[in-house]
Write a protein that binds this ligand. Structure first.
Ligand code: CTP
Ligand code: MG
Length: 231
């Protein structure tokens, strides 16, 4: 219990932008594996992980339980809420470890090295750790169909998973956000809202830590998995 690390896998979304009958995390890939299986099997195989909480979409309860029953490290399964933050709250209530990782099931390629580095930093005393991936190119800020500014690539990075916290700062920050009626789309902004001086340790993820959002992303994921299988 003392130094336990558990991961909350957020799979409570509906995948509206994907436009499928099933939420994207339940999509079955060519080999019969669901997208959610990729995240679950990666964490199941990591000896540094002591337990897994799955936050699922209640409308597909049976499919979630059928998928999740194969993973022995899953200790909790809870229904998510209408937003990512509400789903995180549901997961956090039932996750009692000293260190907590958060992983979006929409980012199914888990970088095990990043997970290990995240845990190492937490155990060395970091309160908050975020995985990022540096941008490859300059980005444009577009308003009213016009480029109004550019951001140099060295100033920006893609947020990836996992995100890691000491459980106290995460619980307190979430409680603060709730009490102030604030809803955040990402964990850094939520924790910073309660702790403006909190410094996140950053670790570099993986080129393929992308988020599955649109149908094309599934094609890309399939190609990645096929290539990986052939290596
Ligand atoms: N998520 C969640 N509960 C919600 C909304 C999102 O657990 N109420 C999770 C998703 O399952 C996903 C992650 O948060 O793993 C990131 O969300 P996103 O990619 O936006 O997924 P969806 O909300 O499912 O997709 P969409 O926004 O297209 O509906
Ligand atoms: Mg969403």
């Amino acid at each position: 219990m003392k130094d336990e690390v558990k991961v909350i896998i957020l799979a409570g979304g509906a995948g509206e932008r994907m436009g499928n009958d099933l939420p994207k995390q339940l999509f079955v890939l060519d080999d019969g594996v669901r997208i959610l299986d990729l995240t679950l099997s990666a964490y199941e195989a990591l000896p540094e992980i002591d337990g897994i909480t799955v936050v699922f979409n209640e409308n597909y309860r049976r499919t979630f339980f059928q998928t999740c029953c194969r993973y022995h490290k899953i200790t909790q399964m809870v229904t998510g809420g209408p937003t990512r933050q509400e789903s995180l709250r549901a997961g956090l209530i039932v996750t009692d470890s000293r260190y907590i990782l958060i992983h979006d099931s929409a980012r199914p390629i888990v970088c095990k090295r990043a997970v290990r580095e995240c845990i190492e930093k937490l155990k060395l005393g970091s309160l908050a750790v975020h995985t990022i991936f540096p941008a490859y190119a300059t980005m444009f800020i577009v308003k009213d169909k016009q480029v109004v500014n550019t951001i140099d690539r060295i100033e920006i990075a893609e947020p990836q998973c996992p995100v890691g916290f000491g459980s106290e700062i995460l619980t307190d920050s979430l409680a603060h956000a709730t009490s102030m009626g604030k809803e955040f789309k990402d964990d850094i902004t939520m924790v910073r809202f309660a702790n403006p001086n909190c410094k996140f340790d950053l670790i570099v993820g993986h080129q393929n830590g992308f988020k599955v959002t649109y149908p094309e992303d599934i094609d890309f994921l399939r190609t990645y998995l096929q290539l990986k299988g052939k290596q």
